[in-house]
Design a protein around this ligand. Sequence first.
Ligand SMILES: Cc1ncc(COP(=O)(O)O)c(C=O)c1O
Length: 379
Amino acid sequence: MPSFNKNIDQVGVGFASFFTAPPPDVIRFTVGQPDFTTPKKIRNRAIRSLENGETFYTRQAGSESLCEAVANYLKNNFKINTCMERVLIAPGCKQTILYALMGLGNPGDEVMLLSPSWATYDAQITLLGMTPVHVPVRRDNYHPDFKSMEEAISEKTTMILINSPNNPTGAVYTAEELKKIVEFAECHDLWIISDEIYATMTWVDWPHISPSTLHGGYERTIVIGGWSKSWAMTGWRLGFMTGPKNAMDAIFKCHANAATHVPTFLMPAAELALTCKNEVDDMTRAFRQRREVIIEGLKDIKGIKVPNPEGAFYVLMDITGTGMDDMTFAQRALDEARVHLIPGSLMKKGEGLIRISYATDIEKIKEGCARIKNWLNNL
Ligand SMILES: Cc1ncc(COP(=O)(O)O)c(C=O)c1O
């Protein structure tokens, strides 16, 4: 019998089992994607490209004009130092992370994660024969715990993968923390893979900052982003990445030999999306409002602690005060309160936590919170 990748048994499928639709009477707080359809003019642009017969192979890193547009978007909005030649367009942010790990890492390397973290990171690192090292974030606000990071570093650590604004914690790291992360990476000579897919979604009075813009950060940071969340384009499978030339040259080889390029007829629509400021602002405003509603809805619930979500569209509740573990909590919430939630222990260091995605309409958020409150306060 031929063998398998020896790491395959340690790799899960993330939240896959929680993504199947629950019965219609259940409020679904599990899905981490905007509930908006992609704005019409973006959809129409893709249709036009198909009608124009844009169906051939093209430049592998992405069309020059799209890469140029992404470089300008990153410069203008986040002060990221980049140019068209250092931008790569790939099938989703998920794939760009895989490429960064493939291009920069070696089997046996350790990759530091600030956890709980998006389950895909652990799976990709493991698949590539590297070791994920999960350093728990602070339990009171889900921000980095620098003492634990220092304790977890080893000779084998070559990368730190961070995500701010964060899924699942909702944390937005401060400038001071990002500066410390860059210093930590410099001190231990690490690459920083910075997943900034939720960059436009910050709800606090400090902005999203890319470590690549900080002193010492540029030469060791790979910036990752994509269209899925801010432009409501999850199904399009489009992501972008940029970084210093030596890293991007290595990463480009992974992409050229894996995907060749993203669909030719999607690129003009992706480029147009970058100009759709009003549409993005409307959706961002809706998420901001929903955040207010969920903060209000989760107040005063017996046994639950909820740090205010700072960014993205997730709330991470600490449910340890209920006496239930998170798997039991999620199952009972489904059976008894008819609310569908993600148990934290599907992610390493997520035990005792429950993730709520508030990417759903306000009435459902109100009703879902009321159900959780009634259920727990009457136990
Ligand atoms: C932190 C994080 N990074 C990346 C992704 C995936 O992005 P994409 O759809 O571009 O692959 C997600 C999706 O849930 C995410 O939460």
